[in-house]
Design a protein around this ligand. Sequence first.
Ligand SMILES: Cc1cc2nc3c(=O)[nH]c(=O)nc-3n(C[C@H](O)[C@H](O)[C@H](O)COP(=O)(O)OP(=O)(O)OC[C@H]3O[C@@H](n4cnc5c(N)ncnc54)[C@H](O)[C@@H]3O)c2cc1C
Length: 403
Amino acid sequence: MEFGWTKEQEMWRRAVREFAQKKIAPRVREIDTNHHIPDEIVKGMTDMGLWAPTVSEAYGGEGMNVTMATIAAEELGRAEISLALPVWYLVEASWGYIFERYASPELKQEILPDVTAGKKFLGIATTESGGGSDIEGVTRSRGEQQPDGSWILNGEKVYISGVKESQRIGGIHMTLVRTDPSAGHKGFTFFAVPLKDNPHITPTYFENWGRTGISTGGFTMENMPLDDRYRIGKVGQGFYMAMEGFTFARALIGATCVGAAETALNMGVEYIKQRQSFGKPLSAYQGINFPAAERFVDIETARLLTYKAAWMADQMYEKGTFKHKDIALYGAMAKLRAPIMAFETFNEVANWLGAMGYSKEYPIEMGIRGVRSYSIGAEGGMNIMRMIIARELIGGEYTNPRQ
Ligand SMILES: Cc1cc2nc3c(=O)[nH]c(=O)nc-3n(C[C@H](O)[C@H](O)[C@H](O)COP(=O)(O)OP(=O)(O)OC[C@H]3O[C@@H](n4cnc5c(N)ncnc54)[C@H](O)[C@@H]3O)c2cc1C
C-alpha cells in the first residue's frame, strides 16, 4: 500500500495550483456574475494542457491517467469555488476519455484536436424531460438507421451542460439515443451531435441558481440526418459507455468538492482565529472548533474515497486488475459523500462568519449554490449513488427496482 504521491503527480499538482490560484481564483465572482468563463482563462487552460488532458498526445492531449486528471480537478475546485469552470473541465476530461476510447480514428481526428486546444466544446447529453436517473426507462430520443447506413435522430435532451458554449464555439455533445426499442439497455447508441449551425437543432436554455459560469440548456433534434461516422462505439453499446463515463466523472466531481471545501474551511479557520467574541477568539470555543474538526475529517474522508476510485480506475485501464463494477462502487461512494461534505462545510463556515457569511463580501454563497448542483443531479443524484452501493452490498437480484 502506498499513500504518497509520485514526483510527477506532485509537480502536476503544483503547476495546476499555481496557475489556478493566480489566474482563476481572483476572477470567481466575475465568472459567477457574468455567467461566462473569460477567454483568457480558456486560453490559459489550453496552455496548461487542461482541456481533456486524458486524451492522448496524438490528438493534442496530455495522455494523463485518471489520478492525474483527478489532481487537476481538485486544484480547479480549490480555485474556482462556484464550480463552473471545474464542470467544464471534468466533462471534457471524463467524456473526452470515453470518446477517444470508442470513437473511430476519423471522428477522433475531426473532433479531439480542437477540444484539447480549447476551441470546441465536448459535452454529454443523456438526460431527457422524463428524467435523468432511469435512462433505460425514460429515454425517448430515437436513432433510425437508413438503408445507406446513415442515421436520422429525433428527440429532446434537457438539463445539459455547455449548450450555450457549444452554440458559441462549436463542438459536439455525446448524445445517447435509443436505436433498438426492443433491446432494453442493450438498445442504446451514442452519437456525436454538433449543436452549432445545425438546422435540425433547436436549443433551449435554463437559468440555474448556481455554477452560472457554464450554461445549462437542452436541445431538440428534429429529423436530423447524421453520417454513420458520427456514431461513437458500437450500435447497442451506448448504455455501457454512459455508465463508464459517469463513473469517471463522479471521481472528478469528488475531487472538485474536496478542493472547494478545503478553500472554504481554510477561509473559515483564518476568520475564527481573528474574530473575538466574549473576550476570546471564536476558535477557542468548542461550539466552533469541534465542527471545524468534523469538517476537516469529512474532507479527508471524501478525498480518500475519491482518490481510491481514481486509483482503481487506473488499475482497471492500465492493468485490468479491477472490473467496472468495482470502480462504479467507489465512484458512487465518492459522489455520495463529497458534495454533501462540501455543502456542509460551506454552510458551517457561513455560520462562523455571522452576517458576513450571508453577504456577497465572502464567496461562500457561490460555493453553496455551485456544489448543490452535484447532489441534486449532475452525473446522478444521491439516491442513484445509494442504489449502486446497495446493489454491490446486497446483490442486484435483491435490489433491482424493476423486478
Ligand atoms: C446543473 C446541472 C447540469 C447537468 N448537466 C447535465 C449534462 O451535461 N448532461 C446530462 O445528460 N445531464 C445533465 N444533468 C442532468 C442530471 O444528470 C440529472 O439531473 C440527474 O441524472 C437526475 O435526473 P432528474 O433531474 O431528471 O431527476 P429524476 O430522475 O426525475 O429523479 C428525481 C429524484 O428522485 C430520485 N430517484 C430517482 N429514482 C429513484 C429511485 N428508484 N429510488 C429513490 N430515489 C430515486 C433522484 O435521485 C432524484 O433525487 C445536469 C443536471 C444539473 C442540475
